[in-house]
Design a binder for this molecule. Structure first.
Ligand SMILES: C[S@@+](CC[C@H](N)C(=O)[O-])C[C@H]1O[C@@H](n2cnc3c(N)ncnc32)[C@H](O)[C@@H]1O
Length: 201
């Protein structure tokens, strides 16, 4: 079957800014990975989106990006719908973090997230957690990563990244779903990039 939308012509410009700090992200290798993609293809599919490093660098005309982790995909869906909300989420928590001891404030936000899983707190935690490692307890999904030694980027810098990233994902739709469902959506002529979790993690 011929692809009906071989419309994505590859002309990939360097792009390094990360919206989320995410262990295992493929930012550093994005250009090399993309160099293996065909020059022209239909839709781009990324079933294990994470921080979306490849999607961000590729900035395809038409894409389906998905992840089984709800708070993460809510961030991406919100970015697409209204980037100002993402900026506001981050700014509020960045300011909250300034209102006392850095570690104590981080632990407060983490406790709030653990009491009520939500995308807004999770967004800040990805930027502030130690080494961008988002670790969950197996038994109950409790997010356990301690506070990072670094200073989370200023909301102004983050806001500029939001604007850039929102542009880059214009052609993408975001879905909360299992990878098998994403793979069912692939048509001939499309490109699929899979970066599943490591088996030991
Ligand atoms: C190694 S990370 C992907 C990193 C990504 N390439 C990046 O640059 O940030 C793997 C992702 O797969 C997601 N994931 C794990 N199991 C999944 C499943 N069964 N279906 C869909 N996504 C899944 C995780 O939530 C995580 O975001």
């Amino acid at each position: 079957m011929e692809s009906t939308h071989l419309d994505t012509c590859l002309s990939v410009q360097p792009y390094k800014a990360q919206l989320l700090k995410w262990i295992g992200n493929k930012q550093r290798f994005a250009h090399e990975i993309i160099s293996f993609f065909p020059k022209r293809f239909g839709a781009y599919h990324e079933p294990f989106l994470g921080s979306g490093a490849i999607l961000g660098v590729l900035a395809p005309n038409k894409a389906e990006a998905a992840d089984s982790f709800k708070p993460l995909i809510t961030i991406w869906q919100t970015l697409k719908k209204n980037p100002e909300i993402i900026k506001q989420w981050y700014r509020e928590r960045w300011e909250e973090a300034q209102q006392g001891d850095k570690v104590e404030q981080y632990e407060k936000i983490k406790a709030r997230y653990n009491a009520n899983t939500n995308a807004a707190d999770f967004l800040f935690l990805t930027r502030a957690a130690y080494g961008g490692v988002i670790r969950f307890r197996k038994a109950d999904g409790y997010m356990s990563t301690p506070c990072g030694v670094h200073k989370p980027i200023h909301f102004g810098v983050f806001g500029r990244r939001v604007n850039e990233r929102a542009e880059r994902v214009r052609g993408a739709e975001f879905f909360h779903r299992e990878y098998a469902e994403s793979l069912d959506r692939v048509r001939e002529g499309d490109v699929v990039y899979c970066d599943p979790p490591y088996s030991h993690s």
